[in-house]
Design a protein around this ligand. Structure first.
Ligand SMILES: [Zn+2]
Length: 310
């Protein structure tokens, strides 16, 4: 049974983002050396995570990151531990990166919202999506592509979405199939976009989703080197021909057989997704689900001891 589920999930991965055009590499030079700051001095305070003061290996400068705190009203369904986290994420990226409560007293009927391909040029809806989510007291992760942040407009959208309290994740620089790239090129894909995000947000990046859900062992190793949580997803429909419409998308999102506690739900920076969001949020809440604040999810090292990868 598990095998069948895995195969179905893998099929969903392969078809994800299929309509997206291939893109040419940006003019940014590849980096061949990791400059990711180490995380040894990570400070975590009660209820607040992501307070990080770390030293840059090469320059010795101190990097400052903003204190990040969950801002949704989660107290009635989640209990945080002393480090400020309420949820674990399943760290085997080959399954579906679902979440589960760490602490007793947390409701298990939870969902995790993630948005890819932001801020998609030429017409990004990421800002309106963030405003809609905020109006519903829903937090989420927006995963961006470096190619969309070459423009001042793209950087501005990313900055504003982050300022509103949303975490910005890495969806690679050129939206390439990582499994076809060398270790060095994969490092470039993630490092360039990480650097852009950190410059724009002054916040550490911790989420990474490989385009199309495709990756290999090198991807996992690069993600671990950069301290990125590699995530896939449970289900998503907004790139499939039958669901490029707000009503159809809301309907399938609320009725799909893949909907279950812990699900990691993939959506994109698209107009019909923006249109469907209110109905999706209200519908999940009517079914008793809570959409978790990503700041409550504990980061883990991605497992390499899976499915013969090591
Ligand atoms: Zn994508």
């Amino acid at each position: 049974m598990l095998k069948i589920v895995v195969i179905i999930v893998m099929l969903l991965f392969v078809t994800a983002c299929q309509e997206e055009e291939a893109v040419t590499r940006l003019s940014i030079e590849p980096v061949h050396e990791s400059v990711a700051p180490e995380n040894d001095n990570n400070q975590i305070m009660g209820g607040i995570n992501h307070v990080e003061i770390v030293q840059n290996d090469t320059s010795g400068e101190l990097w400052g990151y903003q204190p990040r705190q969950a801002w949704t009203k989660f107290d009635h369904y989640a209990t945080v531990n002393e480090e400020g986290f309420a949820y674990n994420i399943f760290n085997d990226p080959d399954i579906s990166s679902e979440i589960s409560p760490i602490t007793e007293g947390s409701d298990e009927r939870i969902l995790f919202f993630t948005f890819d391909d932001a801020p998609q040029a030429p017409d990004s809806y990421a800002l309106q999506m963030a405003e809609t989510l905020k109006a519903y007291d829903v937090n989420a992760v927006f995963l961006v592509n470096g190619m969309y942040m070459e423009s001042e407009e793209g950087r501005e959208i990313t900055r504003k979405v982050h300022e509103m309290g949303f975490e910005i994740g890495n969806h690679t620089t050129t939206h390439s199939d990582m499994s076809e790239l060398s270790y060095e090129d994969q490092l470039w894909e993630l490092q360039v976009t990480n650097d852009m995000i950190e410059e724009i947000t002054n916040d550490r990046v911790r989420w990474f989703r490989p385009p199309y859900g495709l990756y290999n062992l090198d991807t996992v190793l690069v993600a671990n080197e950069l301290g990125l949580q590699l995530i896939t997803w449970t289900f998503g429909y907004d790139w499939q021909d039958d669901y490029l419409d707000g009503n159809a998308l809301a309907e399938i999102s609320l009725t799909t057989d893949y909907l279950h506690p812990g699900a990691n739900i993939l959506m994109h920076d698209r107009p019909w997704t923006l249109e469907a969001l209110p109905r999706i949020i209200e519908g999940y809440r009517e079914q008793g689900y809570h959409i978790v604040d990503p700041y409550l999810i504990q980061h883990q090292e991605n497992s390499t001891v899976i499915h013969g990868l090591e």
